[in-house]
Design a protein around this ligand. Sequence first.
Ligand SMILES: Nc1ncnc2c1ncn2[C@@H]1O[C@H](COP(=O)(O)OP(=O)(O)OP(=O)(O)O)[C@@H](O)[C@H]1O
Length: 347
Amino acid sequence: MNEKPRNKSRLCELCNAERPVMVRPKTSQKICKNCFYRVFETEIHNVIIDNKLFHRGESIGIGASGGKDSTVLAYVMKLLNERYDYGLKLHLISVDEGIRGYRDDSLATVKRNQQQYELPMTIVSYEELYDGWTMDRIVSKIGAKNNCTYCGVFRRQALDRAALSLGIKHILTGHNADDIAETVLMNLLRGDIARLPRSTEITTMSETSPTKRSKPFKYTYEKEIVLYAHYKKLDYFSTECTYSPEAFRGTARALIKQLERLRPSSILDIIYSGEAMKLSTTVQKQLPEQKKCVRCGFISSNDVCKACTLLEGLNNGISGLGIGSNRKARRLKEKQSAENVQAGETA
Ligand SMILES: Nc1ncnc2c1ncn2[C@@H]1O[C@H](COP(=O)(O)OP(=O)(O)OP(=O)(O)O)[C@@H](O)[C@H]1O
C-alpha cells in the first residue's frame, strides 16, 4: 500500500522531515528540536571562529553564576571545545557576592554543574576580598539604592582577581544579545556616547588589565538561551536577584522586550547600530586614560580605582563615595574631614 505523503507545511522548515516544536525567536521559522540545537550551537561556533576568540591551548575562565546564561555558556563551551577540538582548558569561576537566599542557592547550582560537566571550579567571595563587606552588609549600610553599582564594580574585579590567581588571562561571560542591546540603548539614552564602542565589542581588553573579556553570546537571543536550557534540561537557577535592578536598566530591558515582540530583528539591529556608530575626535579626546590603581594595582581610569574608592567609602562611613562624579567624591571627602575636625574639637 502506498504511504500518504506527509504534509510539508507541517514539517520543520529546515530539515523538512521532523515535526516543528517551536517558532524560532530570532528568525520566526518553525523548526524541530534537533535543527534548533544545530543552528544554536553552529551560530555560536561561527561567532567564535569569525572573531578568532581563542587560541589553541588557552586557559579560559567561565564566569559562572548558576543562572541560565552562564549555565548554557559552560555547557556549550564544553560541547564545542570537544566537537571542534579547540584545545581549550576551561575553568568555572564563581563570585559569591554574599546575598543570602539568592547567591548561596545559585552557587549550589554551579557546584552541581561542575560535577555534571566535569570542569574545575573556583569560588571567590566579596567577604574575603573586600574587608568582610558582603552585599547583604552593604545594603544594610547604604540601603537598596545604588547597590548594583557596588555589586557590578566588585564583581568585575573579583573575577579578575580569581583569574589572576589561577594564571587565567581570558574570561568569558554569558552576556547575550538582549543584554548588549540594552546597554547600547542605555548609553544612548544617557548620552554616554563614549561608552558605545566598548559596549558592542565582543572582546574587551586593555594594556593595564590582567585579563580580557569575551562574550560568545553577543548575537544569541535570551529567549533562545532559555529554550535551549529547557529542551536540554540543563540544571540552572532562575530566581531574580533579591536586590532588584536599577529602575533605568529595568525600563530599558522592558523596552527591548516590547520592540522584540513587534520586530524580532530589533535586538540585532540595535547592536549593529551601536557597532556602526563612530566616535568623533572630540568625544575620543574625552575618553579616560586606562591606568593601574595606585592601591590595588588593578585597572582604573583614575589614580584610585572605583572598587577601592567604594571600599574606602564603606570602611569610613562615607556613603556615596565612588557613586557619581569625581567632583561629588571630592565634596563628600571634604565634608567628612570637616566633620572629623569638628568631632575632634568637641571631644
Ligand atoms: N556571581 C557571579 N559569578 C561569576 N560570574 C558571574 C556572576 N554574576 C554574573 N556573572 C557573569 O556575568 C554574566 C552576566 O551576568 P548578569 O547577572 O548581568 O546576567 P544574567 O542574565 O543574570 O546571567 P546568568 O543568567 O548567567 O546569571 C553572567 O552570564 C556570568 O557570566
